[in-house]
Each structure stands twice: as structure tokens, then as C-alpha cells.
Design a protein around this ligand. Sequence first.
Ligand code: OXD
Length: 306
Amino acid sequence: MSLAIISPGRDPQPWIDAIRKQNDQLEIEVFPNIQYPEKVEVALLWQHPKGILADFPNLKMISSMGAGVDHILSDDSIPEDLPIVRIVDEKLTWSMTNYVVMGVLNFHRQVTRYQQLKKDRNWDMSDPEIPVTIGVMGVGALGFDVLEKLDFMGFPVVGFGFSEKDDFPFPYFPKEKLDEFLKEVNVLVCLLPLTADTENILNKSLFEKVNPGTYLINVARGRHLVEEDLVDAISKGQLSGAMLDVYRKEPLQEDHPFWQNEGIFMTPHIASVTNPEAASPQVVENIRRLESNEPLMNLVNRSRGY
Ligand code: OXD
């Protein structure tokens, strides 16, 4: 049995070191230099070349290197019954929440405005805080933590998601109530999984319904957002701006209009990067469970798409 790491563009060495610390007996091979494909029973993936898994006839489990699995589920060649697991990790959640809190506070305390006032040597004490109600789209492990921490800080929060939720501890709007949800909020955080239902959800028609001047934070996937609709919504004042960590095409092309847009604060998909040290114990534990036929941790529901 061996583990194949297939992560073109992402350095596999920290994963190899971290996994070896957990299990020094495990054979690890790294794509594209896999010598014994028939021995591969587990694949650890990040943005693998589509169709490549057909080379491993004895594959029994796939693990994502991150929280998201859209990069795996978009490969139609993966057999329906092959279990897929993902990373759910406190450190990943912690970093994501910190990033979102930074965006909320920057908007609420108007960091950009004060930077400009400083440049203009303008001492303006008026309206120091923008009152905010934060709406989190996607209330899984990451979204829930964001809701909890912002609530703890005293901000009004509401959640939105695609499933019904009983006994949810925060005001919650299911998908049929998207318009009502949007009416409640002036900071919109997208933490949805990328599925057929959620792709392009941040679009012109949604921006036409938000409270004027809503601030958008997208930390989920670039394909949730119709990028030209965002530029348009900012120019019309429907949105006051956006903080983005993810893009339809990454890295962002040099001539992309976002680089120039004053209303967009951007980071290069670093809001919450999986830490191999923190995540490898669950990869190794899932391999142990697979071998002893025990239920896997953080198993993805293929029909739900996350
Ligand atoms: C992830 C990511 O899915 O880094 O973990 O986007």
C-alpha cells in the first residue's frame, strides 16, 4: 500500500515530512514520479490533472489537501463509490475566521477612509464607525466559527445556507429566503462550498438586491463570483467595496481589472492555507481507519458536493 501525493504547483515536501512524523512505515510517492501505480491505495490531492487517477487501479480513498473538494469533484472520471475525505482543522478555521474578522473590522472602522484622510492631512472626527450586520453564506465548520466569533465580539450576525437547520443558534435563512437574508445585512461573507447550486451566486441580480453600500468578503471560491458584475456593482454604489482572496482564474492575470480597482482589497488565496503539520494527523488517521475498515473522518457527501 502506498500514498500518492498529487499536487502540481504545491510543494509536497512539508506534507511528506509531516506524514512521516505520524507514520514512518507508510510508503509515499509523489506525482509525476510514481513508480508503482498499482500499490497506490490513497491519493492526497490538490488541483490534480483531471483523469490521472485512472492510473491507480487499486485506489481506495482520496483525501483533499484542503477544506475544499471542488477541485476533486470536478473530475468526472473518479468512480462514484470512491470515498473522498477533506481537511477540517482548527488551525485552518482559526486563520479563516481571523481573516474575515479583519475584513469586517476594516470596513466597520473604515481603515481605507482613514488612510486617505491621513494622506490629505484631514482631521475628520465625524462618523467614526459604520454600523454593521454580518451575513455569512455557508454555515459549515468555517462559517459557523465566523458567526460565533463575530457574535462574541458583539456584532449582529445572521447565517444563510442551502439546507434547513433546526435549533441553529443564530438567525438563519435557508435558500428560499435569500432575499430576506440580504435585507438584513450590510457585510456579506461568502464561505459556501462550490457546487452547481452556488456557482455564480454572487452576481448582478444578487447585487441589485443588497442594501446599498454592502461590503462583500469572498473567501470561498472564485467561481462563486461573476467578476464583471462585482466591478459594475461597485461602480454603481450597490456595493461599497470588496475583500477578495479567491478568483476565477488563479493566479490572477496581470491585466485583470481587479488590480486597478480602488474598491477591491485583494490577497492571493492565503486567507487560510492548510498547514501540513496540523492536517497530516487526520490524513494518517484516515489511512488507519481505511485499513481497519472503520468509518472515515470528514467524509464528503458526493451528492451534496461537500
Ligand atoms: C482549501 C483552500 O480548500 O485552501 O482549503 O482553498
